[in-house]
Design a protein around this ligand. Structure first.
Ligand code: APR
Length: 232
């Protein structure tokens, strides 16, 4: 039995055509984080925030999973052991690639959240600030996305999984945003083998004992094949 925890970031969806955040032409070059990814930005201009996430939802609906997402699903299905994907991504490409055990620590475009009563429900394709909450009826709908200054989801469960992990991998994430950027350090302290698969070294590359640099659609299937051949 091998326990594997895999943290993914925007880089794993880049070759599906979804922009990353911190590339030169990335999302944070075109939009101000404060405007579209903070509770304060939402209070100031909720219509802008809804438009931003409606656009993200439309892009990710039109995208397809790639060979890296698909390989992780194969790993989960075929490995003798547990594989959990902890993703910072709000797209659903891991689901569409076939992974079953997925934690969306930064929320998901598939969900809406009532800012008044915290009720959650499946998001329609397009949302607007005037949408009523199906539970309390107040028009304070927001996307179920974890913004800067908010606590990521399922942190206790994630740290529990990391403590039990034999292997911790990070794929396509720059190591800029905590707490996710601290997972490798934690995993290594708990005795896991740590491996980074990224286009270039992340900010926390020193927390990994193994590194594999290149496009995820190339590095991830090779890594998965090796794990399945050796049993992890
Ligand atoms: N294959 C592998 N890695 C890639 C590829 C690719 N084809 N393309 C880009 N990358 C790498 C980049 O080199 C970079 O290190 O993916 C990483 C993407 O980094 P970011 O844009 O910072 O995205 P991420 O780490 O997921 O951001 C974390 O920041 O604003 C937030 O909440 C948002 O969840 C997001 C968080």
């Amino acid at each position: 039995m091998t326990n594997i925890v895999i943290l993914t970031g925007a880089g794993i969806s880049a070759e599906s055509g979804l922009g990353t955040f911190r590339a030169e032409d990335g999302l944070w070059a075109e939009h101000r984080v404060e405007d579209v990814a903070t509770p304060e930005g939402f209070v100031k201009d909720p219509a802008l925030v809804h438009r931003f996430y409606n656009m993200r939802r439309s892009e990710s609906t039109n995208a397809s999973s790639n060979a890296a997402h698909d390989a992780l699903a194969r790993l989960e299905a075929d490995l003798v052991g547990d594989v959990t994907v902890v993703t910072q991504n709000v797209d659903d490409l891991h689901e569409r690639g076939g992974s079953q055990s997925i934690i969306h620590m930064h929320g998901s475009l598939a969900g809406s959240l009532c800012a008044a009563c915290e009720h959650r429900w499946p998001s329609p394709f397009e949302t607007a600030p005037s949408d009523d909450c199906p539970s309390c009826g107040r028009p304070q709908t927001r996307p179920d996305i974890v913004w800067f200054g908010e606590m990521p989801y399922q942190m206790d469960r994630i740290f529990g999984l990391i403590q039990e992990a034999d292997i911790f991998a990070a794929i396509g994430t720059s190591g800029n945003v905590y707490p996710a950027a601290g997972f490798a350090h934690e995993a290594r302290r708990s005795g896991a083998h740590t491996v980074e698969l990224n286009l270039e070294p992340s900010l926390v590359v020193n927390d990994f004992v193994e590194t594999r640099f290149g496009p995820a659609t190339e590095t991830v299937p090779i890594w998965v094949n090796e794990l399945l051949r050796t049993g992890g």
